[in-house]
Design a protein around this ligand. Structure first.
Ligand code: HEM
Ligand SMILES: [Cu+2]
Length: 625
C-alpha cells in the first residue's frame, strides 16, 4: 500500500514539475525514445538497401520511413536532446535559480511531447507521411498525399509551438537572470550558442508555422496557395520551407558547437582560444544562415543571377566556421589533454565536421549541384554534419554533464568501446555514400538494380549501420550498468572544470545556488581556483528563497492542443466516429480554459526558509562538497 501511494506521488511530481533540472531529464528521455525510434527506421531502410532489388520494405513503407526518420530526428530527437542540455546547464552556468518562466518551460516540454505523439499516431491511421521531411508540394497536396501528411502538418505545428516558447524562455533567461558580474562577454560559449540558436528559432519557426498553416488550409479547406492549376505556386512552398529549413541546421549545430567549446577546454586544461572571435563567428554564422536558404533550390530554375548570389553567400559561411575550427585546434594545441570518452567525442567531432563542411562547399557550387542534386552525395553530406556534428556533440555533452545530472559517472571502458564502435560504424555508413552519389545513385529511392556497380558500397554502408546500432546498445548498457555499479559522485566538480555549473553541489539542490554567486571573470570557477580559495563568493546573504509551485496545467493545456490538432486531421478522415469540430473546438476550449484558470488563480509560489538553506549549507560543509 505504502509503496503504491509513493509511486503515484512520484508520477504526479514529474507531471507537474516546473524545475528546469527535471524538465531537462524529461527532454532527455523523450528525445532518446524518439532517437531510437527514428534510428530503427534508418536501420530498416539500410537493410532494404543492403542488396539490389531487396523486398524487405515496400516502396510505400520506405517513403514513409524516410519522411518519418528525417522529421523525427530533426524535430523530436536532436532538438529536444539539445533542449535537455540547455535546460539543465544554462541556469547553472549563468548562476540562476531557474529559467525566467518555469511554468512556460514545462508547457514547452509538454506541447513538444504531445505534438510528437500526434505525428506518431499517423501509423495507426493509414500510415506515416510519405512526402519526405521537406513535404514538397505537389507530393504533399490533397491530390497526392494521404492522411499522413495531415499528421505531419498538425503534429509539427503543435510541437513547433512548444519549441518556440521554450526558445523565448531561454532568451529571456539569458538576458535577465545572470548572476552579478556575469556580463554578456563572460557567458560560457554553450550559453552564447544557445542564445543565438534560440534567436534563430524565433525567426525560423515563425515562417515554418505560417507555411504549415497555409499547407493546412490547402489540405483541409481546399485553399490553393500551392496548387498551380488554381494560381498557386509550388515554389512558394520551397521558399517558405527552406527559409526555415536552412537555419534549422544552425539551430541544431550552434549549441553542438557550444558543447564542443565547453568540453575541449575542460579536458585540454586550457581556456578556450579566441573567446571573442568564437562569439562573433557564431553571430556571423547565424546571420549568414538566414541568407542562403535558396541553395537548396538551385535546380528549381531561379536563374543564374539568383543562383550565383546564393552560391557565394553559402561559401562565405566557411570563413566564420573555419575560425571556430582553428580556435578549437589552438585550444588543444599544447594542452594537457585527457582523452576520456567525452573528449574522444569532442575531438573526433572536429575532422568529421570539417569533412561535412567541405562537401557543403562542393554542393554550394550551383552548376555542379545539378550533378549532385538528389543523389546520395547529399545524404552523405548532411549526415556528416548531422551525425558527425550534432550527434557526436550530444554524446560528448552526455558524458561530460552526466555526473552533475545523475550523481554518478558513466563507465569509461564501456564509453570508449561505444565511441570506437559508433565512430567506425559512422564512417563506414556514410563515407561510401559520397561515392554512391558520385556514381549516380539517387536519394529517396527504395531499391536499385544489380548491374550498376552500386552493390558493394551499399553493402558496406549497411554494415556500418549495424556497428552504429551496436554502439547505441553499448551506450544503453552503460547507462543501466552505471546506474547500479557506477562510481558515485558527491563532489561538486569531478572534472576540475571551469564554469559555474560545477560550483553547485551534486546532487544539485532544487534552488541551485544557496546564495547567488559573484562572478569576477570569464571561466568564473577556474578564476576562483587561481585567485581565490576555489569556491565562489556569494553576492547576497542567506535569505528565504522564493520558488514556483508545480502545476498540472501545462500538461492539460498540451492535451488540449493535441486534440485540437487531431480534430482538424479528422476533417480529412473518411468516417470519423464523432464530429471533428467537436474534438477540435473542445481541445482548444480545454487549452484556453487552462489559460483562463492560470490567469485568475493567484499562485505566489512558496519560500524555502533561510534556516533550511543554512542547514543545507552546513550539511555540505560536513560532507566536504
Ligand atoms: C544514426 C544513423 C543514421 C542512419 C543510418 C541514417 C540513415 C538514413 C537513410 C537511409 C536515409 C534515407 C536516404 C534516402 O534514401 O534518401 C536518411 C535520410 C535522412 N536522415 Fe538519416 N540516418 C541516421 C541519422 C540521422 C540523424 C541523427 C539525423 C538528424 C538529426 C538524420 C536526418 C535525416 C534526414 C533529414 C534525412 C532526409 C529525409 C528525406 O529525404 O526526406 N539522420 N537517413
Ligand atoms: Cu542549407
Amino acid at each position: 500500500m505504502a509503496t503504491q501511494k509513493q509511486e503515484k506521488s512520484v508520477i504526479w511530481d514529474w507531471l507537474t514539475t516546473v524545475d528546469h533540472k527535471k524538465i531537462a531529464i524529461m527532454y532527455l528521455i523523450a528525445g532518446t525514445l524518439f532517437f531510437v525510434k527514428a534510428g530503427v527506421m534508418a536501420l530498416f531502410m539500410r537493410i532494404q538497401l543492403m542488396y539490389p532489388e531487396m523486398n524487405f520494405l515496400s516502396g510505400q513503407t520506405f517513403n514513409e520511413f524516410i519522411t518519418m526518420h528525417g522529421t523525427i530526428m530533426l524535430f523530436l530527437a536532436a532538438t529536444p536532446l539539445l533542449f535537455a542540455f540547455m535546460n539543465y546547464v544554462i541556469p547553472l552556468q549563468i548562476g540562476a535559480r531557474d529559467v525566467a518562466f518555469p511554468f512556460v518551460n514545462a508547457l514547452g516540454f509538454w506541447i513538444f511531447f504531445f505534438g510528437g505523439l500526434l505525428l506518431s499516431l499517423s501509423w495507426f491511421f493509414g500510415g506515416g507521411p510519405d512526402a519526405g521531411w521537406t513535404a514538397y508540394v505537389p507530393l504533399s497536396s490533397r491530390d497526392y498525399g494521404g492522411l499522413g501528411i495531415d499528421f505531419y502538418v498538425l503534429g509539427l505545428q503543435v510541437s513547433g509551438i512548444g519549441t518556440l516558447i521554450s526558445a523565448i524562455n531561454f532568451l529571456v533567461t539569458i538576458v535577465n537572470m545572470r548572476a552579478p558580474g556575469m556580463t554578456m562577454m563572460r557567458l560560457p560559449l554553450f550559453v552564447w550558442t544557445s542564445f543565438i540558436s534560440s534567436t534563430l528559432i524565433l525567426f525560423a519557426f515563425t515562417p515554418l508555422a505560417a507555411g504549415l498553416a497555409l499547407l493546412m488550409l490547402d489540405r483541409l479547406f481546399e485553399a490553393q496557395y500551392f496548387i498551380p492549376s488554381m494560381g498557386g505556386n509550388v515554389v512558394l512552398w520551397q521558399h517558405i520551407f527552406w527559409i526555415f529549413g536552412h537555419p534549422e541546421v544552425y539551430i541544431l549545430v550552434l549549441p553542438a558547437f557550444g558543447i564542443i567549446s565547453e568540453v575541449i577546454p575542460a579536458f585540454s586544461r586550457k581556456r578556450l582560444f579566441g573567446y571573442t572571435a568564437m562569439v562573433f563567428a557564431t553571430m556571423i554564422i547565424a546571420f549568414l544562415g538566414f541568407m542562403v536558404w535558396a541553395h537548396h533550390m538551385f535546380t528549381v530554375g531561379m536563374g543564374p543571377v539568383a543562383n550565383s548570389i546564393f552560391a557565394v553567400a553559402t561559401m562565405t559561411i566557411a570563413v566564420p566556421t573555419g575560425i571556430k575550427i582553428f580556435n578549437w585546434l589552438f585550444t588543444m594545441w599544447g594542452g594537457k589533454i585527457t582523452f576520456n570518452t567525452a573528449m574522444l567525442f569532442a575531438s573526433s567531432f572536429v575532422p568529421t565536421f570539417v569533412l561535412g563542411g567541405v562537401t557543403g562547399v562542393m554542393l554550394a557550387m550551383a552548376p555542379v549541384d545539378y550533378l549532385y542534386h538528389d543523389t546520395y552525395f547529399v545524404v552523405a553530406h548532411f549526415h556528416y554534419i548531422i551525425v558527425g556534428g550534432i550527434v557526436l556533440s550530444l554524446f560528448a555533452g552526455l558524458f561530460y554533464w552526466y555526473p552533475k545530472m545523475f550523481g554518478h559517472m558513466l563507465n569509461e571502458t564501456l564509453g570508449k568501446l561505444f565511441f570506437w564502435v559508433f565512430y567506425i560504424g559512422f564512417h563506414l555508413t556514410f563515407f561510401v555514400q559520397h561515392l554512391l552519389g558520385l556514381m549516380g545513385m539517387p536519394r529517396r529511392v527504395y531499391t536499385y538494380l544489380g548491374d550498376q556497380g552500386l552493390d558493394a558500397f551499399n553493402f558496406i554502408s549497411t554494415i556500418g549501420t549495424f556497428f552504429m546500432s551496436a554502439g547505441v546498445i553499448l551506450l544503453v548498457i552503460n547507462v543501466i550498468y552505471s546506474a547500479f555499479k557506477g562510481e558515485r559522485v558527491t563532489v561538486a566538480d569531478p572534472w576540475d572544470a571551469r564554469t559555474l555549473e560545477w560550483a553547485t553541489p551534486t546532487p544539485v539542490p532544487e534552488y541551485n545556488f544557496a546564495q547567488t554567486p559573484q562572478v569576477r571573470s570569464l571561466d568564473p570557477l577556474f578564476y576562483e581556483k587561481i585567485h581565490g580559495d576555489g569556491t565562489m563568493k556569494p553576492a547576497e546573504p542567506v535569505t528565504d528563497i522564493h520558488m514556483p509551485n508545480g502545476s498540472i496545467l501545462p500538461f492539460i493545456m498540451s492535451i488540449g492542443l493535441f486534440f485540437a490538432g487531431f480534430g482538424l486531421i479528422m476533417l480529412n478522415m473518411d468516417n470519423p466516429i464523432i464530429n471533428p469540430w467537436i474534438v477540435a473546438i473542445g481541445g482548444l476550449a480545454l487549452t484556453f480554459g487552462c489559460m483562463f484558470v492560470r490567469s485568475i488563480k493567484e499562485d505566489h509560489g512558496y519560500h524555502i526558509p533561510a534556516e533550511q538553506v543554512k542547514a543545507d549549507l552546513a550539511e555540505l560543509k560536513k560532507g566536504g562538497n
